[in-house]
Design a protein around this ligand. Sequence first.
Ligand code: IMP
Length: 201
Amino acid sequence: MKVLIGTGNPAKLAEIREILGEIPGIEWVSAAELNLPEPKEEGKTLEENAIIKAVAYAKHSGLPALAEDTGLEVEALAGAPGVLSSRFSGKEKDYAANNEKLLALLSGKENRRARFRTVACLALPDGRFWTSEGVLEGTIAEEPRGKGGFGYDPLFIPEGESRTLAEMAPAEKNAISHRKRALEGLRPLFLALAKNPELLA
Ligand code: IMP
């Protein structure tokens, strides 16, 4: 059975593919392969956006669709940038500008605690959906370090680590990440779908 991975972000797509790996009975297809545009993220929460995206992708493709929304929540900024993480600096998906703004706002602040939160959603073409959340606690570094990952990874030091996520190998990030934790919550559903395709009927 084909299952769509609904994201227009190639870095996210690579992580999701590596985290989910091979599931016998499931053939992963990407939104780019089907030429599907990314739905607008108009929700007020990560959960709303994950559901909006997965439901839209499932409807447009006629396939079960997985989507996720991720935010960085910084304690000293009352949870910002949160759901606005990709547009933090005002420019959509400008990672360097987002990181610069974050460092400027945290300058001189003692509390650098933060967490990544991911909500993943699996939706069926008939509109049924399920969600799962994953959190990674950590702190914001004083300056960007590392070339791996994407987004805020060069600034995020997971709890118990001294390296940023961008200093880790992809497999190391994918073993502990917010995205991994959210997706593992959906794995039983993928296994059930693969075994019983009639669940789609
Ligand atoms: P999205 O709305 O879920 O695509 O993600 C919002 C923003 O959060 C992205 O533009 C990235 O800057 C950031 N982001 C999402 N996931 C990660 C991650 O795993 N590491 C670092 N930054 C991330």
